[in-house]
Design a protein around this ligand. Structure first.
Ligand SMILES: Cc1cc2nc3c(=O)[nH]c(=O)nc-3n(C[C@H](O)[C@H](O)[C@H](O)COP(=O)(O)OP(=O)(O)OC[C@H]3O[C@@H](n4cnc5c(N)ncnc54)[C@H](O)[C@@H]3O)c2cc1C
Length: 396
């Protein structure tokens, strides 16, 4: 079970390391045909998980809409107003894509001066896409990094996580999703290895007792799952081949975005390319009408609920517990416990970043408080302590 299995309990599309996909890998096909000799034990450095290594707990409110993000052009008096918000648990992943698509609406206007409202992942990447196409950009935002939701993300390439409820998807929205996905995935790949961007590839291990050979047949009642970024080769390590306590560890490559590095780098780039970032809060659309820019792009995330009265927007509250960084840990895990998460909860996950070992696994619908939930904190930390203390001692 991993956090992607959230889809089955909540109906909210979540990203997949869909274990069913593992059934088609070459190594698995070989397993089914003939027993093979176990490989040498996989060597990975253990996470030192304990309560006394915790350095902070963060809370963020994912901007979710059951029918998915809003990406459309509108008018505000004589201005062009483009909406680009509501990215759920996927706003670090999809933003370059919706940012370019928002820019395409702006390109239909003859003016080249734009106000971007919002300075999270969605606003910053949109600003860069605009600048690349010749726009003069000013970002206006009530808060800037590190004080935005985007800084509170994990953040892996999870382009469909907490994004949409499957039965609310439309063909038109799906088409927008597919295009945004393609653009964003390509863009993030190009940033991997950039010395300043904070974007890189990392091994992900899905830790499970479920035999990856037992695939779940597609259901004719359910819409086809959204592509979720888990399209790289999966390598299955069976019992005796890996140090984790579960029967299987399934390795795949996943893009990691380190939010604190990435968002700072984006802000510097916006300014480097002639942009301005101004701290300013808008209470009503009327306030926006007073701006001098003829084009306004709304990238306010959850803020769009009050600013534009979009009552479908609601938070999926998430919290992360951060432990002291461990440079030698260069992987990400999903799952690892022997029980499924309680109903409505996410499976646990760990991401190693330069600013810490990040433990996550919570999503609380329509919960607005920014206070950490102690019960969820205990569930996530204790479960990770159990996962990593049960690891076999494999020296690396
Ligand atoms: C625990 C957790 C884990 C996550 N993990 C992942 C992950 O692995 N991968 C992933 O892709 N995503 C992840 N996310 C989701 C991701 O963080 C969000 O989708 C993303 O931050 C949304 O970006 P945004 O720019 O729309 O919003 P924000 O970062 O909230 O930015 C909104 C901006 O708009 C401004 N604003 C709002 N209202 C107004 C107003 N009235 N006037 C002026 N300015 C305004 C704000 O000040 C801010 O600058 C995670 C989130 C959480 C909480």
């Amino acid at each position: 079970m991993n956090r992607r299995s959230f889809i089955s309990t909540s109906g909210v599309a979540a990203v997949g390391f869909g274990l069913s996909g593992c059934a088609t890998t070459t190594s698995n096909a070989k397993t089914a045909m003939a027993p093979r000799r176990p490989r040498p034990m996989l060597q990975v450095a253990p996470v030192r998980a304990s309560w006394d290594r915790i350095i902070r707990t963060t809370v963020g409110l994912r901007p979710h809409r059951d029918s998915g993000f809003v990406l459309k052009a509108d008018r505000l008096d004589d201005k062009l107003l483009v909406h680009n918000y509501g990215h759920g648990g996927a706003g670090m992943s999809l933003a370059w894509g919706t940012g370019l698509m928002a820019t395409e609406f702006a390109l239909e206007h003859q003016a080249r001066r734009v106000a971007v409202i919002g300075c999270g992942s969605v606003g910053l990447t949109c600003a860069r896409q605009l600048q690349r196409r010749g726009f003069d950009v000013t970002i206006y935002a009530a808060a800037v990094p590190p004080n935005v939701t985007s800084n509170m993300s994990l953040a892996g390439f999870t382009p469909s996580s907490g994004l949409v409820v499957n039965d609310q998807r439309t063909a038109a929205w799906d088409a927008q999703y597919h295009r945004a996905y393609d653009i964003a995935y390509r863009q993030l790949q190009l940033l991997c290895g950039h010395p300043l961007s904070g974007v890189s590839w990392l091994d992900n291990f899905a830790l499970t007792d479920r035999d990856p050979a037992t695939s779940v047949p597609p259901s004719p009642d359910r819409p086809a799952p959204l592509p979720d970024g888990a399209d790289t080769e999966r390598e299955i390590f069976g019992p005796g081949e890996h140090p984790f306590d579960t029967k299987y560890a399934i390795r795949s490559a996943q893009i990691r975005i380190e939010p604190n590095i990435y968002l700072d780098w984006l802000m510097r780039d916006v300014v480097l390319f002639g942009g301005r970032i101004l701290v300013r809060k808008f209470d009503t659309p009327r306030d926006l009408a007073s701006l001098s820019e003829p084009i306004v792009i709304n990238c306010t995330g959850l803020g769009a609920r009050d600013l534009f009265g979009d009552k479908e927007l609601l938070p999926l509250k998430g919290q992360l517990v951060v432990m002291v960084p461990q440079e030698e840990v260069r992987y990400h895990t999903n799952g690892g416990t022997h029980q499924p998460p309680p109903p409505g909860s996410l499976g646990i996950h760990m991401m190693s970043r330069r600013d810490g070992i990040i433990l996550g696994g919570t999503s609380q619908r329509d919960v607005w408080t920014m206070e950490p939930d102690e019960a969820e904190r205990k569930r996530v930390v204790d479960a990770h302590i159990a996962v990593f203390s049960a690891m076999k001692d494999v020296r690396v």
